[in-house]
Design a protein around this ligand. Structure first.
Ligand code: BG6
Length: 364
């Protein structure tokens, strides 16, 4: 059972620092600044021959796949993208022998992901799995992979498995990068960042009580936006997904840059926006877009870093610790888990078993 926690989701969120430490344990090579992922079953020459990466998953596994694609493009400069496995398997996909396919699944049993893996293999493609459940159907079907070691996850809303998937992608991206043009210095910088990450996740979780009041306010809205861009966009998508899954509020994710091309028409004092604004190369543009929201009376919650100049914006600010900017997405995701959880708690919903949803969809 969930012990002293009111739900498995709460228990599993708070387990993230220890779960994160487990997934990186024994897999970081500090000396040469690379990952040490033995289960991939790919030597340096095979890793070097990969021309493209295609990531497949459903729900949160798809969103973390989008985060992973950006990590791979940033660090290894290999073209990468994520697609819902449910779409991929039905559209007669072109399977390319120089592409590495990556299937992401907590349960390892999601039927759409499993059948996508089988389709790739049928056509001669190579697939690795980022899977939590050891010996599950997907784990047995793939050519190699990275076990997530998150421990059992019971709540429908995935937390620690998603965090560990991100860390697995980061290690994969560093390892792919280090057989290409990522320098030893950059590799070491990222390895140090990964080592610091579990404690930083713990620090965000320790601020839970402060986030609860913000979440209660958001829960009163019928409709919300979650916005971010580039690295922050999959974070916004995952945040919106969590929020809608368990609070049953309409939560829509958008690229901050696209607001002015449509959804700005919906902004009003009744429609709050949760904005992801890391201290990165896009910070000034992001802040400018938030002023457009504020000018229309839209309430704002900004997830950001210490020291970011919001230019007198009226908003609630949630600050996450700084790490290497490539690793920001997962630290920015943790407060969004807490917001969704506290909104659902406030509304009195069944947090672990939201209506109409199953933990894993294993039949077609
Ligand atoms: C959905 C769940 O049905 O399956 C999501 O509601 C989950 O929470 C998704 O992210 C994928 O599950 P898995 O086990 O393949 O990661």
């Amino acid at each position: 059972d969930a012990g002293e926690h009111d739900s498995f989701m709460h228990k599993e969120m708070l387990e993230q620092p220890t779960a994160a430490a487990r997934v990186i344990s024994g897999r970081l090579d500090e000396r040469f600044g690379t990952g040490h992922l033995g289960g991939l079953n790919l030597d340096a020459r095979e890793l070097r021959a990969i021309r493209r990466v295609k990531i497949l998953g459903c729900g949160s596994a798809y969103y973390v796949g989008q985060m992973g694609a950006t990590l791979i493009e940033d660090l290894a400069r290999v073209p990468a993208d994520a697609e819902p496995a449910s779409e991929f398997r039905y559209r007669n996909p072109i399977v390319d022998p120089d592409t590495l396919y990556v299937a992401v699944s907590q349960s390892g049993e999601t039927i759409d992901t499993l059948l996508a893996v089988q389709e790739v293999r049928r056509k001669g493609g190579r697939v690795i799995g980022l899977v939590n459940v050891v010996g599950s159907a997907i784990a047995r079907e793939v050519d190699g992979g990275i076990y997530l070691h998150a421990g059992p996850e019971v709540a429908v809303a995935s937390t620690k498995a998603l965090t560990n998937s991100f860390l697995a992608f980061a290690m994969l991206a560093v390892q792919l990068g280090r057989v290409r043009d990522l320098s030893i210095a950059d590799g070491r910088r990222l390895i140090a960042g990964l080592q610091a990450l579990p404690d930083q996740v713990g620090k965000i979780l320790a601020g839970e009580d402060e986030l609860a009041t913000t979440a209660q306010r958001l829960a009163e809205a019928e409709s919300l936006f979650f916005v971010g861009r580039v690295r922050g966009f999959p974070v916004a998508r995952e945040g919106a997904q969590k929020f809608k899954e368990i609070s049953y509020r309409h939560a829509e994710a958008y690229q901050t840059s696209e607001l002015k091309h449509g959804p700005l028409a919906l902004i009003s004092p009744e429609v709050p926006t949760v904005a992801i604004v890391p201290d990165d190369e896009l910070v000034e543009r992001n802040v400018a877009a938030l002023h457009e929201i504020a000018a229309r009376g839209g309430p704002l919650v900004v997830v950001t870093h210490e020291g970011v100049d919001l230019g007198g914006l009226s908003c609630e600010r949630i600050v996450v610790p700084a790490n290497e900017r490539e690793l920001d997405p997962i630290l920015l995701t943790i407060p969004l888990q807490l917001l969704a959880y506290h909104a659902a708690l406030h509304l009195g919903h069944d947090i672990d078993k939201p209506r109409n949803l199953a933990k894993s969809v294993t039949v077609e």
